[in-house]
Design a protein around this ligand. Structure first.
Ligand SMILES: C[S@@+](CC[C@H](N)C(=O)[O-])C[C@H]1O[C@@H](n2cnc3c(N)ncnc32)[C@H](O)[C@@H]1O
Length: 309
């Protein structure tokens, strides 16, 4: 059975999350849409990458809820040790290319992802990871998984993962510099039991990664482990399920906000700058909405399965 009660629109999604926080959810006190519009424009201009640029078109009321939900999680997230990413802890240096949308997740998030994957497939299953700034491959090798292939566009990440995975001689691992949009070398087209990825948070991001997964797997039905911030879809929320149905995939499980990502310093700085500048434009000094040490991103974890499975 697939999830029938996956929310159908952004309002229902937000409602479920707000209810789960109960008292812990407090809407941001900024009531001034004009201020928020300015804040949004300034912040998105400071970071014109695809992931952030699209917030320009979103309603301020939705963005305000999205932002408040992040803050509602901060107590739990601070305990997750938000300062250190898993990639940094195992590879010694963080990847940091926003041109590839990189945002490495916390150690705790990777532990949860590994335990979910372990509950779905055996240790000798073949795993394909598309984009690995989270160093999931290393965590899986450490857990005893023996057949891991990674496609990653960024040469620096590829080299780091290759050298870290050398410590696991019992794992058959291949880390390849590969753009998911380009043709896959025939050597890597084979059966994979499970494919994991964390695309950019838009339906075309999911689409691009699923296309690559399906053209690389000889089998038509790999399990897909998708890290994805459904909240970031905002007004386009319902398009995700429609797209999945088109490729015959259904949502088997949905773990809202399971992944957390430490916020890079330059993003924290831009939020501060945007808040300050927007308050100047509003001719009133508005108290910053957040304790910037507590700002982070989060995303949901979804298990997708082929409808015929
Ligand atoms: C897409 S990024 C994560 C995006 C993030 N969730 C967001 O929306 O801000 C995840 C990983 O995919 C890699 N990546 C990005 N574009 C890629 C491509 N065209 N081919 C292969 N890997 C890619 C990145 O280097 C990174 O390691």
């Amino acid at each position: 059975m697939f999830l029938n009660d996956f929310p159908k629109d952004i309002e229902s999604y937000f409602k479920i999350l707000k209810n789960s926080f109960g008292e812990g959810y407090t809407p941001l006190s900024i009531e001034d849409p004009w201020y928020f519009e300015k804040l949004k424009k300034i912040f998105t201009s400071l970071h014109p990458d695809e992931a952030i640029k699209r917030y320009r078109e979103s309603k301020w009321s939705h963005l305000r809820t999205l932002y408040s939900l992040q803050l509602a999680r901060s107590d739990k997230a601070v305990m997750d040790d938000l300062q250190t990413s898993h990639f940094l802890s195992v590879c010694g240096e963080d990847p940091d290319s926003r041109s590839y949308g990189q945002l490495p997740c916390t150690i705790k998030s990777i532990q949860s992802r590994v335990s979910i994957i372990s509950s779905k497939v055996a240790k000798d299953s073949s795993i394909l990871i598309l984009g690995d700034d989270d160093a999931l491959s290393v965590a899986l090798a450490r857990e005893g998984f023996t057949d891991i292939t990674v496609f990653e566009i960024d040469e620096k990440i590829v080299k780091k993962l290759q050298s870290t995975l050398r410590d696991f001689p019992n794992t058959k691992h291949k880390v390849i510099q590969q753009d998911i949009f380009k043709e896959t070398h025939s050597e890597f087209i084979r059966h994979y039991d499970l494919v994991a990825f964390d695309p950019w948070y838009a339906v075309d991001g999911v689409e691009a990664f699923i296309k690559c997964a399906l053209k690389t797997c000889e089998n038509v039905n790999p399990i897909i482990v998708l890290s994805f911030n459904c909240g970031a879809l905002l007004e386009k929320f319902s398009e995700l399920e429609s797209y999945l149905r088109k490729v015959d995939y259904g949502i088997r499980t949905w773990s809202p906000l399971l992944n957390t990502y430490p916020m890079p310093n330059r993003l924290k700085f831009s939020i501060g700058l945007a808040e300050f500048t927007a308050s100047l434009f509003s001719f009133k000094l508005i108290k910053p909405s957040t304790n910037r040490e507590r700002i982070f991103f989060s995303s949901d974890l979804m298990i997708l399965e082929h409808i015929g499975n």
